[in-house]
Design a protein around this ligand. Structure first.
Ligand SMILES: [Zn+2]
Length: 167
């Protein structure tokens, strides 16, 4: 069965829960229709494999969503924070929301896309600041605070809800 936690994601409150249609003739990508995220589960997938199939379909959905939505936000925040626009890679690290390589590559965990947009943007701004400041010293937080004065509240919120986004 689907784990309960899968229904609790938040990206946009207008988007509804997940509906699994069992027995569709062919594998198909997830669709968002009338507030329902629909997973078409081909009939030949037997019960023990359905949860794995649904997870893979959902992860694919979030990765595609991240790939289409994140670059625009990266560009906007690079401008706000006066840093060069980095290359972005969407990946699935075990623990981190994001990381930044000084060569100019920002990696983001697809899971962050489940969070409200203001927390997604916090992670983006945080990683962008690392293009200028390694580590989390005073200068790092000062630079982040200039572009995002309420970063502390966002950081705390992410800490509170973060565990729910990992599945
Ligand atoms: Zn950091």
């Amino acid at each position: 069965m689907l784990r309960r936690g899968w229904l609790a994601w938040e990206w946009d409150p207008d988007e509804g829960p997940i509906q699994v249609l069992v027995g569709v003739p062919q594998p198909a990508p997830l669709t968002l229709e009338h507030g329902w995220l629909r997973i078409g589960m081909p009939g030949l997938i037997e019960e023990p494999h359905r949860a794995g199939y649904a997870r893979a379909a959902l992860v694919d959905w979030y990765v595609r969503r991240a790939t289409s939505r994140v670059p625009e936000r990266i560009a906007a925040w690079a401008e706000i924070l006066s840093v060069p626009v980095p290359r972005v890679v969407i990946c699935e690290p075990k623990k981190r929301w994001g990381s930044c390589h000084p060569s100019g590559v920002v990696r983001l965990n697809w899971r962050i896309i489940q969070a409200p947009a203001r927390l997604v943007v916090y992670v983006i701004a945080h990683e962008l600041c690392h293009l200028r400041h390694e580590g989390h010293g005073r200068q790092f937080w000062a630079a982040l605070g200039r572009g995002m004065p309420d970063y502390g509240a966002r950081r705390e919120r992410l800490r509170d809800m973060g565990a729910r986004l990992v599945w």
